[in-house]
Ligand binder design. Structure first.
Ligand SMILES: [Zn+2]
Length: 197
């Protein structure tokens, strides 16, 4: 299993001055006049934005789930339409959309808002959508040890839109299944039909 260092590996705020410096360098290398009024505050603004959109680096996603115990409930739990905002690691361009999580508890459940925090901790860093999807499933499995987990993530990728590879508005859908969801087609289709409601 991944160690803590695999998830918590950088602190943007600790490198603020250096990031500002390098953003300014890039603006200059793009041929911009870095002293013109519109750009004066840009390095600082970009750095503040990075602190926010890459704040996941400061969080171990396994610690945000806030497990509670409930021996009774062993039926499918679904939290859908969790909005996320991430950045692709290939272009540092935004991708965003919704994550849907379904799981069957076996004694441990997580507060519904905690699932949203889990998604934030995983998406607020440089990512690819496939890994977002599998990490959510893996961490759910590791922390809650449920009978099964299924995760579906929908994403719109700005690097595709901006570079004309795909039309604007096209959505990429990824899924990950663990445990009973892997073996039961009925369970997968129950989850998917509940997502449509
Ligand atoms: Zn990309």
């Amino acid at each position: 299993m991944a160690g803590k260092k695999d998830y918590v590996n950088s602190v943007v705020s600790g490198n603020r001055e250096q990031i500002e410096y390098h953003i300014k360098q890039i603006l200059g290398l793009l041929g911009e006049d870095v002293e013109r009024e519109g750009l004066l505050e840009t390095p600082a603004r970009v750095t503040r934005m990075y602190e926010e959109v890459f704040s996941g680096y400061e969080v171990d996603p396994r610690e945000v789930l806030g497990v509670t115990f409930d021996e009774q409930h062993e039926e499918l739990v679904i939290v859908k339409d969790i909005v996320y905002y991430s950045h692709c690691e290939h272009h540092m361009a935004p991708f965003f959309g919704k994550a849907h999580i379904g799981y069957i508890p076996s004694g441990k459940i997580a507060g519904l808002s905690k699932l949203a925090r889990l998604v934030d901790a995983i998406t607020q860093r440089l990512q690819v959508q496939e890994r977002v999807t599998s990490q959510i499933a893996d961490i759910m499995e590791e922390v809650l040890q449920p009978h099964g987990v299924m995760v579906v993530v929908e994403g719109e990728h700005m690097c595709m839109c901006a570079r004309g590879i795909k039309k604007t508005g096209s959505t990429t859908v990824t899924s990950a299944v663990r445990g009973e969801f892997r073996t039961s087609a009925a369970l997968r289709s129950e989850f998917l039909s509940l997502l449509k409601q």
